[in-house]
Write a protein that binds this ligand. Structure first.
Ligand code: TRP
Ligand code: SF4
Length: 348
């Protein structure tokens, strides 16, 4: 029996066990980019063989800060699933489901909301950072729904008795908040809910092509899994290189160059070694260097793009996958809700 009471663990530390469940999710607010790919999608594709895996499209959560743009949320539900399928997450192994189609999650959220104080939510570091970044949307006072989304996320996780929750480090305060809710619930109503453990999927955050710490559509600095070859070419050609390098024989500093940074993600170790040496010696042109990067990116993303293209042409298949997954997920959430209501003496 492995220790599952740690607050957080790394993916490599987890022994495969098909009887354990993992749950993770994404807000459908945009296509997935290379940061998601290296940060979570690749590890999901590995985890699906080790655990019973659930992936939630968190449309209810997405609405907490996009309530004024439901079309955007709706459009991105299938887009996100296409990205996931394209990288090799297998619908025969994984249960994909839509949050809003599981009303049991909403019910659990109501019950859990008694177990969390407003002050505690306001102190949640992730929530705090997000509120600060969304002044334009929320003005002086944040909505009840947004402030409470960690409670809803606790319902997402506990509805499925998830043991592990693979997330990036920005999500750790949300998992901690979930664990607190579980402990409080169990101490008041009796042992009912499982306390989840966060699994850090990847701690290195990938910078944008312009060197920005953050990647985003509006910044134009991200490579999307849905980008075609032309878009990749254009983005890589305008990536930030060593600004001190004007002529080809100027000695370069690969460590400040985003093209080199991306070579380290997509090119072989040997290639990287050569690039580094040639750049430093002033024996490498930036244009050729970028072209080599484009080829290597395309080698990795080309097959993903092709697979995505198949699903773009077959949107009904995507919907079928989502509907079948949601149906399965709902059965499990229903069992949890029944257990919760029984513990709370609401089993009339
Ligand atoms: N909050 C997560 C994010 O912004 C998305 C999410 C919703 C999630 N429900 C979840 C992640 C449950 C893990 C488990 O990316
Ligand atoms: Fe960057 Fe390559 Fe130009 Fe060196 S040669 S500055 S690594 S693009």
């Amino acid at each position: 029996m492995q220790e599952i009471n740690d607050e957080k663990i790394k993916i490599e530390d987890v022994k495969p066990d098909k009887s354990l469940r993992i749950l993770t999710g994404d807000r459908p607010t945009g296509h997935l980019h290379i940061g998601h790919y290296f940060g979570s999608l690749k590890s999901r594709a590995k985890l699906q063989d080790k655990f019973e895996t659930f992936i939630e499209v968190a449309d209810v959560q997405a609405l907490t800060d996009n309530f004024n743009n439901p079309q955007k949320v709706k459009d991105n539900v299938t887009q996100i699933i296409m990205d996931e399928l394209a990288v090799g997450i297998d619908p025969n192994k994984v249960t994909f489901f839509i949050q809003s189609m599981i009303p049991e999650i909403a019910e659990l959220t109501v019950y859990y909301s008694n177990l969390v104080t407003i002050a505690r939510l306001q102190r949640n570091p992730t929530v705090k950072t997000e509120i600060a970044a969304k002044k334009e949307l929320f003005g002086e006072s944040v909505t009840y729904g947004f402030l409470g989304y960690p409670v809803s996320q606790a319902a997402d996780i506990t509805a499925f008795d998830a043991t592990y929750v693979p997330v990036g480090d920005d999500q750790l305060p949300l998992i901690e908040q979930c664990r607190e809710i579980v402990r409080k619930f169990n101490s008041i109503y009796g042992e009912t809910l499982r306390e989840p453990v966060a699994v850090l999927s990847n701690t290195t955050r990938i910078k944008g092509l312009d060197g920005n710490e953050k990647m985003g559509k509006s910044l134009g600095n991200a490579l999307y899994l849905s980008d075609d070859l032309e878009e990749i070419k254009q983005k890589v050609m305008s990536a930030l290189t060593d600004p001190q390098r004007i002529r080809k024989d100027d000695k370069g500093h690969p460590e400040v160059c985003m093209v080199y940074y991306y070579h380290k993600l997509f090119s072989t170790e040997n290639e990287c070694k050569n690039i580094c040496e040639e750049c430093k010696a002033g024996a490498r042109g930036c244009v050729a260097c970028k072209k080599q990067l484009i080829d290597n990116i395309n080698r990795e993303l080309g097959p993903i793009r092709e697979k995505r293209h198949y699903y773009e042409e077959h949107p009904n298949e995507v919907m079928d996958i989502l509907m079948a997954g949601t149906e399965h997920a709902r059965k499990i959430a229903k069992q949890t809700l029944d257990r919760v209501k029984k513990s709370m003496m609401l089993d009339y």
